[in-house]
Design a protein around this ligand. Structure first.
Ligand SMILES: Cc1cc2nc3c(=O)[nH]c(=O)nc-3n(C[C@H](O)[C@H](O)[C@H](O)COP(=O)(O)O)c2cc1C
Length: 377
């Protein structure tokens, strides 16, 4: 193992962080951080999807000032980037979720706290910046759901993210190591509700995702009625569900396949982004995550129309490599590189990115790009 490793700003990549995390973490914990469902085809599709896009730059545009900041549902971010909710990271680094929160705040990006965190949402709030959102998994007790939302509001989380998919924790990669995510590392927010039936089911669900608790659109409509901050659904992959989410009155969706951890065989998220955007028709913001590793991935997603992008596994790897300090250094690199990318693409701000700044390698360059240069018909 290289003892003298240090993150070099502008020099290291998500792949380097993953490699270093692999050296530092016990095999089972590392498998939890980087693994995907089944044969990890969806995990691979998330990355491969970005490889099918090329950016189209413009020159001689005045981009002396480039501004990457955005406002998403009332939350101000220095760049349209957020750290995804990642549960069970207590075993990754002693700073755990608070380290990710501090790193995100230092870099000026958004932070989403997992509902299955190893530290309570109140404790993490003390370490986080103002751009913090609370993720919740459905609990089969309305009292518990109400209390979680109330606690989040009190701790000044600016939005609630209801995850409507689930991680397949029985991934082969983990099973082979014999590791089980310690339940203790995931119930900091839930312990206080006592050892009731639902808690036992949560425990089962952690180790046997087949025994899931049922959640339907009816529950979403009820949930919307009790949440006073913006509500987003995370885990939407179908354009039809995206439209249904608009009808249910939610404020935004996060296109996500749980980083390839949900069902192997789902498409990569970037592959379905445009269809989902078309279905939503601009009525609510569409955020996305899955396979985002570098600033140019972010530029592709934003050009296609995503409002913001999230990163999960790379951020947890950064945490493993050196807590908040490395998390912030990696995220700051993303923000700096995104600013540079916007400059080269010839846009002074995020809103300037359009479908015309990106093309698929297996399609003709779209007319939206060539339009002004095509001879009049
Ligand atoms: C270690 C780990 C734990 C996760 N735990 C949660 C969770 O508690 N809640 C949730 O909604 N998503 C969870 N996810 C999924 C992420 O929020 C996100 O959708 C995914 O990681 C994005 O893909 P990426 O890892 O390729 O960036 C987890 C992901 C990882 C890597």
């Amino acid at each position: 193992m290289k003892a003298d490793w240090a993150y070099i700003p502008g020099g290291h990549t998500a792949d380097d962080l993953r490699e270093r995390a692999g050296e530092l973490l016990p095999a089972g914990v590392f498998a939890h951080v980087i693994g995907g469902a089944g044969d990890e085809r969806t995990l691979a599709a998330n990355r491969a999807g970005f490889g099918r896009y090329r950016l189209l730059s413009r020159v001689l545009v005045d981009v002396a000032e480039v501004d990457t900041s955005v406002d998403i549902l009332g939350t101000r971010l220095d760049a349209p980037i957020f750290t995804c909710p990642t549960g069970g990271v207590g075993a990754v680094h002693p700073e755990s979720e608070s380290g990710i929160a501090r790193g995100a705040a230092a870099a000026g990006v958004g932070f989403m706290l997992s509902g299955l965190s190893s530290v309570t949402l109140e404790e993490v709030a003390a370490a986080a910046g103002p751009a913090r959102w609370q993720q919740i998994f459905w609990q089969p007790s309305r009292e518990v759901m109400c209390d979680l939302v109330e606690r989040g509001e009190k701790a000044d989380y600016k939005a609630v993210v209801l995850s409507v998919d689930d991680g397949d924790v029985a991934r082969r990669r983990i099973v082979r190591t014999g590791y089980r995510v310690p339940v203790e590392d995931t119930v900091a927010n839930l312990k206080r509700y006592g050892s009731t039936e639902w808690q036992a089911r949560l425990r089962d669900r952690l180790h046997d995702p087949g025994d899931d608790v049922s959640l339907s659109w009816k529950n979403v409509e009820w949930f919307k009625s009790i949440v006073r901050v913006p509500l987003l659904l995370k885990g939407i992959m179908s354009p039809l569900d995206a439209r249904r989410a608009v009808d249910a009155g939610v404020d935004g969706i996060i296109l996500s396949n749980h980083g390839g951890r949900h069902l192997d065989g789902l498409p990569g998220t970037i592959e379905v982004l445009e269809e989902v955007l078309n279905a939503v028709g601009g009525k609510i913001p569409v955020l996305m995550d899955g396979g985002v590793r570098r600033a140019t991935d972010i530029a592709v997603a934003l050009s296609l129309g995503a409002a913001a992008v999230g990163l999960g596994s790379p951020v947890v790897c950064a945490l493993a490599c050196g807590g908040a300090e490395v998390v912030s250094a990696y995220l700051e690199d993303l923000v700096t590189d995104l600013r540079r990318a916007l400059g080269v693409l010839g846009v002074p701000n995020v809103a300037g990115l359009t479908r015309g700044h990106v093309s698929r390698i297996d399609q003709y360059v779209p007319d939206t790009v060539l339009g002004p240069f095509l001879p009049a018909r």
